[in-house]
Each structure stands twice: as structure tokens, then as C-alpha cells.
Ligand binder design. Structure first.
Ligand SMILES: [Zn+2]
Ligand SMILES: [Zn+2]
Length: 357
């Protein structure tokens, strides 16, 4: 379980991971939090606030002369306005299910693609869990409202300040061999236009029956680095995990390849922009450059200014490593891409981290 703090602007603010609370930086937390994923819940939040009591700010104590005290985990949790879910695996929806019965106030929306919402509906069946969710947008007497996201190129409002564009991802196969889908989100601060890119669980394009990550990279490439400089992506396994045992996730070898693909897409965008400018000035075109080699020299600096946060690392239950697994995996990714000098910063996401996105 990880909880992060982040904002969508160059100011220190907060987001959670496995449940990332997000807000625009210039708005207080109490005005409403978008919970990105719902894995870890109020227990994790309590633990974090024990270490960093002021993480979500403080409030004045009545009857004192300016004394303040930190918000409690329950108060912070109650500020969740909506959930944004990549797919309905339990490690991503656990806390929205468990907390649904005890949340007061107006219903919270669950934003996800229709299949993920239907999967969640299977939990709120009045058997596995009481039915606390409704498809009726106007229903007041419910804890949660299912709200469909469509994988198109439009941004849908999540709150007054944030909007999201959804793209599908491949996340392994079910027992019958059918493709299982997850999602990537481009989350935009509506005022500044700045975005972050968040990946739900994802398998490598090189082994997916339908490669979809390439489409996400192509969109991201047009925004890097000025509109988009923060990416959250999973790397569930450490180096050496075989393709047969990835179960729809990434390992450092595959993540390194994916980052190389992103870097070459960024270079293509830049080369196209140069060519366009040249043609608008009616200059004769230069010799066509090779654009697909992916060699270190052609990609050098392509991802300058981009930070990639590694999330969703599976616990090292056998104690194969003497350091935390997220740090081990981040270090392995760094070592694998070093020679390409992409300029990207690889960071192990930690619980309670402050991120400026
Ligand atoms: Zn999953
Ligand atoms: Zn997962």
C-alpha cells in the first residue's frame, strides 16, 4: 500500500497511491478530493498521518488563540468527492467497497469504463456486499453512483478543477483466454492545462494479444515535457521474471523497452514539428533522417524533464532483496536505460510522498 501526495501544478500538494488523493494545487483539500484508485483505505491514511500529521493541512481549534490541530484520517477521507478507477481488480477497489457503508453525505461517483463498473456491480450484489451503489445519476439514497467513462479523445470533468481522458490498456488474459482490459488516465488541471499520466495495471505491448500502450505513448509524446512531465506506471515484478509469469504486469526489462518506445515517439513529434516549420518557411527539406533506430544517440535527452514514478511493486515475500522492493525495481530500471541517456528520472513511489505533478 502506498499513499502519495501530489498536485497538478508546481506547488507542493497531495495525491494518494493504490489510492491517490488528487486536487488542483490552489484549492484546499477540504473542498473535495478525487481519489485515483481505491486500494488502500482509511487505515493506510491513519498510518501516514501518524508520521506526517500536517500532510493535509491543519484547522483552528475553537476557543483558543490561534491554536491549530491536524485533520483526522476520517475527516480527510470524508472529503473524497469521487473515485477514478482503472479496473475492478480487488487491490484497486477494496477501500471504496469497504468504506461505502460508513460514508456519510452526498453520494460519491465512481468513474470507470462500463465493464469495470459492471465488475464492481458484481461485488455490490447484496450477497458479497450490500448493494450501496446505483446507476441512477439522480439517486440520493445511495453511497455510490456508477458513472461511465468512454475511451475517446475527450476530457470528462471529474470536479470543478480536474478532468480526465481515458485510454484502454491490455492487462493479461482471463482463464478462458479473453483479453482483460485496464485503463490509463490523462488527468488535467482545467485551469493550467497541465496534466499527469497514470497507468493502471498493464502488460508489455510486446507480449499483449492487442498492443495498446503504444497509443498512450503517442498521445503522451505530443504533451512532453511542457504539458506533461509526471507519469505513474506500474512495475510489479523485479528483473528476471519470465514472460510466462508476468500475469498481465510489467518487469524492469519490459518497462525499459516501453520507455524507449515513448522516447522515440517524442523524437518523432519533434522531428515532425521541425519539418513542418521548415516547409512553412519554404526551405528545402533536409535529407530524411532515420527515425526508427532507437540507438542511444538518436534518443538522447528525449525524455528530459520527465519523471516516472514506479508503482504497484509486488511485495518481496521471500526476502530476496535486502532493500525495499520498490527501490530495487526502480534501480533496476535505471540501470537498464542508462546507456540510452533518455534524460528521464526514475523514482520509486513511497507511501506518504509529496509529489508536484
Ligand atoms: Zn489488476
Ligand atoms: Zn493491481
Amino acid at each position: 500500500m502506498v499513499i502519495l501526495t501530489t498536485a497538478l501544478d508546481p506547488d507542493p500538494d497531495v495525491v494518494l497511491l493504490d489510492q491517490l488523493p488528487i486536487k488542483a494545487h490552489d484549492v484546499p483539500w477540504s473542498e473535495g478530493i478525487v481519489a485515483l484508485e481505491a486500494g488502500s483505505g482509511i487505515g493506510a491514511l491513519k498510518e501516514i498521518l501518524r508520521e506526517k500529521p500536517d500532510l493535509f493541512g491543519t484547522r483552528a481549534v475553537k476557543g483558543t488563540n490561534g491554536d491549530t490541530k491536524p485533520w483526522t484520517a476520517a475527516e480527510v477521507y470524508s472529503w473524497i468527492q469521487c473515485y477514478l478507477i482503472t479496473h475492478a481488480h480487488l487491490d484497486h477497489v477494496n477501500s471504496l467497497v469497504l468504506s461505502a457503508g460508513s460514508m456519510s453525505g452526498s453520494p460519491r461517483r465512481i468513474y470507470a469504463v462500463e465493464q469495470a463498473l459492471k465488475d464492481i456491480e458484481g461485488i455490490f450484489s447484496d450477497r458479497l456486499w450490500p448493494n450501496l451503489a446505483s446507476w441512477n445519476e439522480k439517486e440520493c439514497n445511495t453511497a455510490l453512483i456508477y458513472s461511465r467513462l468512454h475511451a475517446d479523445d475527450l476530457y470528462k470533468d471529474l470536479s470543478d478543477h480536474l478532468s480526465v481522458r481515458t485510454m484502454p490498456l491490455s492487462h493479461g488474459k482471463d482463464r478462458a483466454g479473453g483479453a482483460y482490459k485496464s485503463a490509463a488516465f490523462f488527468i488535467r488541471n482545467k485551469t493550467s492545462g497541465h496534466e499527469l499520466l497514470f497507468f493502471g495495471d498493464v502488460e508489455p505491448d510486446s507480449i499483449a494479444s492487442q498492443p495498446r500502450t503504444i497509443d498512450v505513448w503517442r498521445v503522451a509524446a505530443t504533451k512532453i515535457p511542457h504539458k506533461l512531465s509526471t507519469i505513474f506506471i506500474e512495475c510489479s515484478w523485479p528483473k528476471g521474471r519470465s514472460d510466462q509469469l508476468l500475469f498481465g504486469h510489467l518487469n524492469p526489462e519490459h518497462l525499459a523497452v516501453e520507455l524507449g518506445v515513448l522516447a522515440s515517439e517524442v523524437m518523432k513529434v519533434r522531428q515532425d514539428a521541425v519539418a513542418k516549420e521548415r516547409s512553412s518557411k519554404s526551405q528545402p527539406p533536409r535529407k530524411k533522417q532515420r527515425r526508427d533506430s532507437g540507438s542511444p544517440s538518436t534518443l538522447r535527452g528525449a525524455l528530459e524533464g520527465v519523471r516516472v514514478y514506479i508503482i504497484h511493486c509486488k511485495e518481496d515475500l521471500r526476502h530476496d532483496f535486502d532493500r525495499p522492493i520498490n527501490q530495487v525495481i526502480a534501480e533496476q530500471v535505471r540501470a537498464l536505460i542508462k546507456v540510452q541517456e533518455l534524460g528521464v528520472e526514475i523514482i520509486a513511489a513511497e507511501q506518504g510522498m509529496h509529489i508536484r505533478a
